[in-house]
Ligand binder design. Structure first.
Ligand code: ZN
Length: 375
């Protein structure tokens, strides 16, 4: 069975130089620091091996969008080439029939293993903080609609982002939690107190912290401080240098610690493409110099980021182990995903080989080289 070794490996959160990893049947059979127990099948003496990235918030990439049926595979494949081995597929706000159709298309992709599950971003969001979401399709959470959506998902819905202050918010949180769905707070105009209440009900994620929520004010700390302050909450950060100042990323990493920070791309179809016109759901988006905005406005509309780029940004500022934690282990744990996010015996053999400059050289998914070594 394939045994690989590398100059540097991050195993179980620890940096090993050198390190080795043995795989069998798609799983990690054993791993450790120091010289490998036998001659390796593949040796990467100048490379760094890290866990495959886990992206819990992404709408598309490489010109392809979730949930367009014929584009789902292309979007996932694009991000795989950038090291994402586990991905949710995020849906934006849509009218009821369109929402159900999107959920059904993605549920099929989840059953095939193309994506690890669905993230419903809306339609139960705040009109005051809707960002690039179609304001006309926002609505209060309705128990019958939630049941229909859960039904259409057939267990594939892994996370929902909602604004807890909307009428019916408490009942919606309870219903999603009952169905095993992770509840995230975002696109919200909630007060600090409303947010704390929602966390008390069981919300465990803050969707792209600071984006699409009131800014932190010293007398009105709002959702941002409530999410940041609760040890049971994981906060998403779009660490692309556009959505957040790098100093804010640093401050959140210090305040919450890497165990509570999940770096996400929030990428749209435009990731990996030249500047131009795209769509995010029904909303037209213009990309200029790699920054996506709702056409004719200043509103940022997702990103053109990839996880490898965000990994490099965090690794340069905070360090290798921290970058591994926020791009793999933390999001996997926040989503309750088993056997991914860490290189550990018994876990899936999902890994990224990075060159010395931390660019992706190769990607393994469940023991298969899905992206063979470049150059
Ligand atoms: Zn999004």
């Amino acid at each position: 069975m394939p045994l690989i070794s590398a100059g540097t490996m991050v195993l179980d959160g620890q940096i090993r130089r050198p390190g080795w990893l043995d795989t069998s049947g798609g799983r990690i059979l054993g791993c450790g620091g120091g010289p490998p127990p036998r001659a390796p099948d593949r040796d990467f003496p100048d490379s760094v091996v890290v866990p495959g990235f886990v992206d819990m918030h992404v709408h598309g990439g490489g010109g392809a969008s979730y949930p367009v049926a014929q584009e789902i595979g292309d979007a996932a494949a694009f991000h795989l080439r950038h090291g994402t081995t586990t991905t949710l597929a995020s849906l934006v706000t849509a009218a009821p029939a369109e929402l159900l159709a999107g959920v059904r298309a993605l549920a099929g992709a989840a059953r095939r293993g193309t994506v690890a599950g669905i993230h419903l971003e809306g339609p139960w969001l705040s009109a005051a903080r809707c960002g690039a979401h179609d304001r006309s399709a926002l609505r209060d959470p309705d128990p019958a609609e939630i049941d229909a959506v859960l039904d259409a998902g057939g267990g594939a819905i892994r996370m929902v982002t909602l604004a807890p202050e909307r009428p019916g918010g408490d009942a919606a949180i309870r219903r999603f939690l009952d169905a095993g769905v992770v509840v995230a707070i975002g696109h919200s105009d909630a007060t600090y107190e409303q947010t704390t209440h929602a966390i008390g009900l069981g919300a465990t994620v803050g969707t792209h912290l600071f984006n699409a929520m009131p800014p932190l004010h010293h007398r009105e700390p709002g959702p941002a401080l409530a999410l940041l302050g609760d040890p049971g909450v994981t906060v998403e950060l779009i660490a692309d240098g556009v959505h957040l100042h790098p100093a804010v990323v640093d401050a959140v990493l210090r305040a919450a610690g890497p165990q509570r920070v999940a770096v996400v791309t929030d990428a749209i179809a435009a990731a990996g493409c030249d500047d131009g016109t795209f769509r995010l759901g029904a909303v037209p988006v213009e990309v200029v110099s790699g920054v996506a905005r709702v056409r004719g406005t200043d509103t940022i509309a997702g990103s053109t980021a990839t996880m490898d780029r965000l990994f490099r940004a965090v690794a340069r500022r905070a360090g290798l182990a921290e970058a591994v934690q926020v791009t793999a282990a933390t999001p996997a744990r926040a989503l309750g995903l088993q056997r991914v996010g860490v290189l550990r015996t018994g876990y899936d053999a999902d890994l990224v080989v990075l060159q010395r400059d931390w660019h992706v050289a190769a990607v393994m998914v469940r023991g298969d080289w899905r992206v063979p070594e470049r150059g």
